[in-house]
Design a protein around this ligand. Structure first.
Ligand code: BV8
Length: 233
């Protein structure tokens, strides 16, 4: 990104922004799923050990995301409106793998932890739209054989996506806002420190103080669906 286009407002979202849309967060259910810690299911080792379990984990979350009642909420819409107002002075980075930001109208969303509705070919690294018939025995009808198909997700121990762009934007930001994240997962948890280091005004919008709350200049506590629209209006 050239300096002139560098965004002045960088927003990081986490699972909490999608909570009011009906999607579970990671730590509300204690990060447990089928008696497995998420950190134990969302890893390359877990996928190598038991691909069917990992597929089930993501198929369940994809099915939940595609339920009719799961829609973007006012917080997603507030960020889409902010992007409309600020144009390339605005950058949205999300840790979430759902598509609610896009469905709310956000046009440029950096999914640093990948996307639930996308598949990846381990051989080429290419991403493809997820077909529901996928699994580790059938692969993808048109593009990815079973043996190289995986969910297009950044697992624990894997490098998140877009890191160069994100760090460059944080280093130039005037404002950094974290919404609905517990600040427990790195490197996203470090973003507030990078932004603060470069003099940005930092704001945490969360239901409760996150693990990095001491690093923020300001904290707004409450439901993102109420606090964020009020904050950006
Ligand atoms: C990396 C995809 C290095 C999966 C995710 C040991 C081994 C390996 C690595 C590590 C290790 N120890 C530490 C690490 C680093 C590790 C890490 O940080 N671990 C943590 C657990 C300590 N990080 C990594 O592994 C990262 N990679 O370090 O790579 C490297 C270097 C070189 C080369 C190669 C590699 C990769 C991390 C990415 C993992 N993938 N997601 C999936 O989604 O299935 S992380 C996962 O956690 C999700 O993306 C989620 O978004 C993210 C963070 O969680 P939150 O979004 O914050 O959600 P959470 O539930 O925690 O909090 C919700 C918050 O919302 C709460 O505060 C709540 O109060 C609030 N809230 C709730 N409702 C509302 C609300 N707020 C407002 N309104 C509401 N209504």
């Amino acid at each position: 990104m050239t300096n002139s286009a560098l965004p002045r407002v960088v927003v990081l979202t986490g699972a909490g922004i999608s909570a009011e849309s009906g999607l579970k967060t990671f730590r509300d259910n204690n990060g447990l799923w089928e008696n497995h810690r998420v950190e134990d299911v969302a890893t390359p080792e877990a996928f190598a050990r038991n691909p069917a379990l990992v597929y089930r984990f993501y198929n369940e979350r994809r099915a939940q995301l595609q339920q009719a009642e799961v829609k973007p909420n006012a917080a997603h819409k507030a960020l889409a409106d902010l992007e409309q107002q600020l144009g390339d002075q605005f950058l949205l980075v999300t840790q979430n793998v759902d598509n609610l930001h896009e469905r709310a109208g956000s046009e440029r969303v950096l999914h640093m932890h990948g996307e639930l509705l996308s598949a990846r070919c381990c051989a080429s690294g290419q991403s493809h739209v997820w077909h529901d018939a996928f699994d580790h025995t059938t692969g993808c009808r048109c593009c990815i054989p079973a043996e190289t198909l995986r969910p297009d997700i950044v697992w624990f121990g894997e490098m998140p996506l877009y890191m160069d762009d994100i760090v460059q934007a944080l280093a130039q930001a005037d404002v950094f806002i974290a919404v609905g994240t517990s600040g427990q997962v790195y490197p996203a948890a470090n973003f507030v420190a990078i932004a603060a280091e470069s003099g940005a005004r930092t704001i945490e919008i969360n239901l409760e103080p996150g693990q990095q709350n001491h690093l923020f200049d300001e904290r707004i506590t409450g439901l993102a669906g109420e606090t964020l629209p009020a904050f950006v209006s």
